[in-house]
Design a protein around this ligand. Structure first.
Ligand code: FES
Length: 120
């Protein structure tokens, strides 16, 4: 019986970004989430949305730290520290200036150092 060596690229193990609200971890963004808005809605985070496609700007949210990539090009003018959750995904751990009121929070704080160790 022969075994083939299997190698995995670094990209295969990219760490799932932690999404926080005003410093409070709320969720891990994974491949089950299509957009940041959908992930926030799953956690019952209070957000505004209308078009859900980058046209209206109703979901415009301030980013405290982190960065996003757009699935579709936004048609709304954004400041450098703003994003449209309806059409973006987080590139890195991200902290948004949204209230945690009403959101389903993570039971205990996510240990980011431990998460990084597990995914390297
Ligand atoms: S809901 Fe319209 S731009 Fe996001």
């Amino acid at each position: 019986m022969t075994f083939k060596a299997v190698s995995f690229s670094q990209a295969s193990f990219k760490k799932a970004p932690i999404v926080s609200l005003q410093g409070q971890p709320v969720l891990l963004f994974n491949q089950q989430h299509l957009t940041l808005l959908e992930a926030l809605e799953q956690k019952k985070v209070s957000t505004f949305s209308e078009c859900r496609n980058g046209f209206c700007g109703q979901c415009k949210t301030k980013i405290i730290s982190g960065s996003v990539s757009y699935i579709t090009e936004p048609l709304v003018t954004l400041e450098a520290d703003e994003c449209l959750p309806c059409c973006c995904v987080p590139d890195t751990d991200i902290d948004l200036d949204l209230s945690v009121d009403g959101a389903e929070l993570v039971g205990r704080a996510i240990n980011t150092k431990q998460a990084q160790t597990c995914n390297t």
